[in-house]
Design a protein around this ligand. Structure first.
Ligand code: SF4
Length: 424
């Protein structure tokens, strides 16, 4: 979501005649686009602001946008008095106000809904992967999560507005569309005739565009995985056989305290339905370890479910208490050292699952999307349909295809090696 927001902000500045620079000392405006999902990320924002403040030109404007801005609000100006602007994730389209009135302070952390999508200009080119938000906010109210506070209640964008963005991306260079939302598979929109649209409608319509070769979406909530959406994995071959569907914990007790009201049986049942629709599908998850009250036995259930589903490309985190959340006030907070050892144990299992999956891919041929060259310029980095990184020697003639069939020749736990299929 932040990648998309950053691209929209950059497009607005480019249209106003700004150009990107790598050097803080050269910049006329410096914007930190921030994430508040974990305490560590928030702390990093304020230490980065301190560094920016010392390195920037005296008259350069600087400020924060995104979820830390919403979380900190006016207090951000108290911590960093010469900060120029603090704009929440739904009000960064107000940035032009500070460009026009640089001597003022700008604070706007309103939850304005969908206004930002209409007010900022579109980029004239799209990257190969276009991230397209289809909704803002979340109504699930997981007890550990700050998102309902920072991004507000869930609102789905109008179907036609999303499809406008998709067609624009396809016409300006995108090959892959990644639909985004905190609860992306909960997308629901009714137009003024009462016609209802779901994520499956967006996928079906997007798949009709010749320029678009791959479609994916993130992040999914298990109970929103409806049959029409599962059916898309059977019927739309452009939809990648890879799904991020966070389970967070394998313990029913912990899931209850997290306010994630699904059973493990239901999660397993959804995975089975997905596999019936698309036998080659792989599932990724997010995991939180050390949630308040989590026992060793609870944690063991998390390891077991990861091993049973064989989650690949997963994200695991130590529980991090966040303001405005119920879990931060729960008793039996888990000591840091216990969280750290559980995280290391889970990561060890997830790495092993990933290594086994990567090794099983050796010998396969996969349609991969080029992300660009590595630092040496001699190797190209591709993404497989399962989001694995695959390194390939750059062709000597410099003509690297953006989409290519790549034969996987070697693997380790972090990445794959491959060669173009027309090489012998
Ligand atoms: S579903 Fe995701 S975004 Fe929504 S409250 Fe739960 S963790 Fe946060």
């Amino acid at each position: 979501m932040n990648v998309y927001d950053g691209q929209r902000i950059a497009a607005m500045l480019l249209q106003r005649g700004y150009a990107a620079t790598e050097k803080i000392a050269d910049a006329d405006i410096i914007i930190l686009n921030t994430c508040a999902v974990r305490a560590k990320a928030t702390d990093k924002v304020f230490s980065a602001l301190g560094r920016v403040r010392r390195a920037k030109k005296t008259d350069a404007l600087f400020g924060i946008v995104g979820c830390v801005a919403r979380e900190a609000g006016a207090a951000a100006f108290k911590r960093i008095p010469d900060l120029n602007f603090v704009l929440g994730p739904q009000s960064y389209h107000k940035l032009p106000d500070i460009l026009e009135n640089p001597d003022t302070k700008l604070l706007n952390i309103d939850l304005g809904g969908l206004e930002k999508f209409d007010e900022l200009p579109e980029s004239s080119t799209s990257p190969a992967v276009a991230y397209i938000p289809i909704q803002e906010g979340c109504d699930h109210c997981c007890t550990y999560c700050i998102v309902p506070y920072t991004r507000g209640r869930e609102i789905s964008r109008p179907f036609e507005n999303v499809m406008h963005d998709v067609r624009h991306a396809a016409a300006t260079g995108a090959l892959e569309i990644c639909f985004l939302g905190q609860n992306v598979n909960g997308y629901k929109y009714s137009d003024n005739t009462g016609k209802a649209f779901r994520l499956s409608d967006l996928i079906r319509e997007t798949a009709k565009l010749d320029a678009i070769k791959r479609i994916r979406f993130t992040s999914s909530y298990p109970t929103e995985m409806t049959d029409d959406l599962i059916e898309m994995f059977r019927t739309e071959q452009k939809l990648l056989p890879f799904l991020n569907m966070p389970i967070q914990s394998g313990s029913p007790d912990v899931l209850t305290r997290m306010n994630r009201p699904y059973s493990l049986d239901l999660y397993i049942d959804i995975v089975d339905k997905l596999k019936a629709a698309r036998p080659d599908i792989q599932i990724s998850s997010d995991f939180i370890v050390g949630f308040p009250g989590e026992t060793d036995a609870d944690f063991e259930k998390t390891v077991q479910i990861a091993k049973q589903i064989r989650h690949i490309n997963s994200y695991s985190f130590k529980y991090s208490p966040r303001p405005h959340t119920a879990a931060a006030l729960m008793p039996n907070q888990i000591p840091e050292n216990v969280k750290a050892s559980r995280l290391a144990a889970l990561d060890g299992e997830l790495n092993e699952i990933q290594r086994e999956f990567n090794e099983a891919c050796v010998g396969e041929t996969m349609a991969c999307l080029c992300e660009g060259a590595d630092k040496t310029g001699k190797k190209l980095v591709y993404r497989t349909p399962y989001m694995q990184q695959c390194i390939v020697d750059a062709p000597e003639n410099g003509n690297a295809p953006q989409m290519a069939d790549i034969r996987i020749t070697a693997a380790n736990k972090a990445s794959l090696r491959g060669e173009f299929c027309d090489q012998n």
